[in-house]
Design a protein around this ligand. Structure first.
Ligand code: ATP
Length: 357
């Protein structure tokens, strides 16, 4: 039995389905992200777990207990909202201790727990300040301390870093994950930022139009996306449409605009129409005799740690990312020979509605 289980969880608003038959099991201590474009149902799912939105169908089980129809305060989950929702007229300490007072905890224990929670988020020195006297990052940490101080069985984070600037956001991603590991609280985070989800989570739930499309470890979602939607939402992808020209025990050859490309996938059928995914970092420059395809550089952008190129080829416009080009960076209009390892070419499904765990 998993610690948190969503069983066929659905939410309908009249004719509109915001979340459709979502199934998810989360183990104790796991960090799972709900990732997807705006409006795909992430927040609605989180709110159903929290109890702020009533599920239309399905169940939420916490440690085996059916909490689907329990009031939010009875569930006792820790929640950090996008807006932080701190009380402006209360000090940092009072904000963090509020949930404990509501639970009528003895004053001594309350003080001790608040002290520990503030130490955890590195805010001990700020206990007497008011929210308006804090930076965005500090407010975010107060909200986190307030959620963790009640020692919730599950921590729910709704886009907790969306109000922070890029640098602070990166720092907080690392810090939040470190804190979560230290306290071991089972955590569900909503985000539409794929790099945030990939870097912080044990598993990601990639959602589209109310459905979970793929539930996987970040590496697997990136390396083996189940369909076109996931391949494009999780990282950058070169996609080609092709037809299977031949199949052997070792793999298949696919015809893409008259070019034959080899894959390791031997499960295909001659004549089948497929979509292929090739990640930009898998493309290598090579000598003309080793090339799979030749192209002409249309544009290149320097990104600090790597170059991102658009290259016109017989397969279409290909994206390539290369590191350490240094002075060997390509110029616009330059001809390049390209190759990639055979196992870098993945077949992805075109449909969007099959879930793979
Ligand atoms: P975002 O990243 O923009 O916050 P999201 O993935 O969290 O998006 P939700 O807030 O879960 O999306 O909304 C999912 C869908 O349900 C949206 O199309 C939204 O308009 C719709 N929706 C949410 N709440 C209601 C409501 N109370 N009544 C009707 N439709 C709603």
């Amino acid at each position: 039995m998993s610690f948190l289980q969503l069983e066929n969880l659905s939410k309908h608003y009249g004719d509109f389905t915001a979340v459709e038959q979502l199934n998810l099991t989360v183990e104790k201590g796991e960090f799972v992200s709900l990732l997807g474009p705006s409006g795909c149902g992430k927040t609605t799912t989180l709110q159903m777990i929290a109890g702020f939105v009533e599920a239309s169908a399905g169940r939420v089980l916490l440690d085996g207990r059916d909490i689907t129809h329990e009031k939010p305060n009875r569930r006792g989950l820790g929640i950090v909202f996008q807006s932080y929702a701190l009380f402006p007229h209360m000090t940092v300490s009072a904000n963090v201790g509020f949930g404990l007072e509501m639970r009528r905890m003895a004053a001594d224990e309350c003080t001790e727990r608040v002290r520990k929670a503030l130490a955890l988020v590195h805010l001990k020195k700020f206990s007497h300040r008011y929210p308006r006297e804090l930076s965005g990052g500090q407010r975010q940490r107060v909200a986190l301390a307030r959620a963790l101080v009640i020692e919730p069985p599950v921590l729910l984070l709704d886009e907790p870093m969306s109000n922070l600037d890029a640098k602070l956001r990166e720092d907080m991603q690392v810090e939040l994950r470190e804190i979560q590991r230290k306290v071991g609280t089972t955590t569900i985070m909503v985000t539409h930022d794929q790099s945030e989800a990939l870097s912080m989570s044990d598993r990601v739930v990639v959602m589209d139009a109310g459905r979970a499309i793929q539930i996987a470890k970040p590496f697997d979602a990136y390396e083996s996306p189940v369909n076109q939607f996931v391949s494009q939402f999780v990282g950058k992808a070169n996609l080609f449409e092709g037809e299977v020209a031949s199949v052997s025990r070792q793999g298949s050859a696919l015809n893409v605009h008259g070019h034959l490309l080899n894959t390791n996938d031997a499960s295909l059928h001659i004549g089948e129409q497929v979509t292929l995914c090739l990640r930009p970092e898998k493309l290598e420059r090579c000598s003309p005799q080793d090339e799979i395809i030749r192209g002409r550089v249309r544009s290149g952008v320097f990104l600090g740690n790597q170059w991102l190129y658009h290259i016109d080829t017989g397969l279409g416009d290909l994206l390539a990312t290369w590191q350490n080009c240094g002075n060997a960076a390509c110029c616009d209009g330059q001809e390049v020979s390209l190759r990639w390892p055979t196992d870098a070419l993945h077949i992805v499904k075109r449909g969007q509605h099959e879930v793979r765990h």
